[in-house]
Design a protein around this ligand. Structure first.
Ligand SMILES: Cc1cc2nc3c(=O)[nH]c(=O)nc-3n(C[C@H](O)[C@H](O)[C@H](O)COP(=O)(O)OP(=O)(O)OC[C@H]3O[C@@H](n4cnc5c(N)ncnc54)[C@H](O)[C@@H]3O)c2cc1C
Length: 440
């Protein structure tokens, strides 16, 4: 993989935002300059380092189905990498069920496991015979694909919690391919207590030995070098003839424009956006996340990497154990937990006070036996405004309007919140690679 390409075209390119998408793009296109509002680049792939702990902005691991992409990520880390075999659970009614749930049915009481399998089989067979109505929304899709048991015990409550949006109001075009469909026999074996694995492209994952997930974006930032301007918050963008004028702490003029900012923010600061485009962007759904970072005065809590918590009585939807990703993530003799609570903007959890978020997180994790309250010796709360894109039923219609506008203006949308897709970092990298080709 080449670091940067020879400039086949004239003209300089402005890239708004220095997360993994903007940095990868600028790494490939030598005449691109990245404007990043924070003093540290990396976006969602930054890490908080405090009191000997390293926490990411939400649990991040490195994996990809695509070897070229994975090689690119790992190439950035060199020797600074640890490879793990996933040990991931769903905390369900006091039982640690192996993830994915359908492969962990054997951890449930026999009767519940067989109930889930029978429902899975019924859905499977009816679907094959064409006896099931095609699902119209995400809730219907869960029943259609996984049957009643797995849906009601895990899929529905967990998805209701992570999106903080009703699955019955979510589209399904994105789930096929993303949520794998295990063979009937695997689910039968799982229910009988035999070992089977699902979601296998992520079964082995990688993580930086030092520096948290930010080690990846730090390495990219070094390659981009002086073409990365941090502390540059873009406030206004306007078109002047064939050029773009970008106003921030200073004014920059570009021949081409790539934006990785959240599409809503971009639309707000771009001069002369038509009303229908502003309205379409305003209708897009997304959620935010509270991250409670906990340090514990115990050398080892468990050997789990991360766990999902579908129970709505417990605040976090997912927890991870950074000190199990890398021993460098916590001081010697200590361990760490990162608890994630996603929430809809303006919803109930958006208004919780910081102390209440930390307290309810610790209390909940104590109650389900993850940690002992008395062991908690470090707490920190970070809230990120943008976490997940939510594919509501109007998503595709709204995106058509926005994409058509970007195309007419000649602006390249790149990355998770600009293309507005549920991209992991591997897809951000791939999209940057694909788009960079248009500039060679
Ligand atoms: C909880 C959680 C867990 C995740 N886990 C994984 C995982 O395990 N593996 C994985 O591969 N991916 C994971 N992801 C996804 C991954 O974090 C994202 O896909 C990726 O970081 C998005 O990169 P990006 O560059 O597109 O966007 P961002 O990282 O959001 O970058 C956009 C950049 O634009 C900057 N910006 C915004 N406004 C302005 C402005 N006005 N002026 C200048 N700059 C501006 C921002 O500061 C930011 O740096 C996870 C995401 C979340 C939320």
């Amino acid at each position: 993989m080449t670091d940067s390409v020879a400039d086949g075209m004239d003209g300089n390119i402005g890239v708004l935002g220095g997360g993994i998408s903007g940095l990868t793009f600028a790494n490939l296109v030598g005449r691109a300059e990245v404007l990043e509002k924070e003093w540290t680049a990396g976006g969602l792939m930054r890490s908080v380092k405090e009191d000997g702990y390293t926490f990411d902005l939400g649990s991040h691991i490195l994996f990809s189905r695509n070897k070229e992409t994975l090689d690119f990520m790992l190439g950035l880390l060199g020797q600074n990498v640890i490879t793990h075999r996933r040990n991931t659970k769903i905390f369900y009614k006091g039982i640690k069920v192996k993830y994915p749930f359908e492969n962990g049915l054997g951890d449930l009481p026999k009767e519940e496991a067989m109930g889930c399998f029978n429902d899975y089989k019924t859905a499977y067979e009816k679907r094959e015979k064409g006896e099931l109505k095609a699902p119209q929304n995400f809730k219907e899709w869960m029943r259609y694909r996984f049957g009643k048991g797995i849906t009601e015990k895990y899929l529905y409550p967990y998805n209701r919690k992570i999106w903080d949006y009703p699955p019955e109001k979510m589209d399904i075009f994105w789930v096929e391919g993303r949520v794998p469909q295990p063979p009937l026999d695997d689910v039968r074996k799982a229910a009988m207590g035999e070992e089977s694995e699902g979601y296998t492209h992520q079964l082995n994952f990688h993580y930086p030995a030092k520096g948290g997930i930010q080690a990846v974006t730090d390495a990219l930032a070094v390659k981009v070098g002086k073409r990365l301007k941090t502390g540059f918050e873009v406030k206004k963008v306007r078109r002047e003839g064939a050029k773009w004028v970008v106003v921030g702490p200073e004014t920059r003029v570009y021949d081409r424009l790539v934006t990785t900012m959240h599409i809503n923010d971009f639309v707000r600061l771009y001069d002369g956006v038509p009303k229908e485009v502003r309205e379409a962007a305003g209708k897009l759904k997304w959620n935010s996340i509270h991250l409670v970072m906990l340090g514990l005065g115990k050398a080892k809590l468990n050997d789990i990497h991360w766990a999902y918590i579908p129970d709505s009585d417990i605040l976090p939807n997912r927890i991870s154990f950074p000190s199990n990703f890398s021993p460098n993530a916590a001081p010697p003799g200590y361990s760490s937990v990162l608890a994630e609570t996603t929430f809809a903007p303006g919803g109930e959890k958006a208004w919780m006070k910081p102390d209440e978020i930390v307290e309810r997180t610790v209390e909940g994790l104590h109650r389900i036996g993850v940690l002992g309250r008395k062991d908690v010796s470090f707490t920190k709360l970070v809230t990120c405004r943008y976490a997940y894109v939510v594919y509501d039923l109007d998503y595709q219609e709204n995106m058509k309007v926005i994409e058509a506008f970007a195309k007419t203006e000649g602006i390249t949308l790149l990355g998770r919140f600009s293309e507005f897709r549920y991209y992991n970092s591997d897809r951000c990298i791939e999209s940057a690679m694909e788009k960079a080709k248009l500039f060679y």
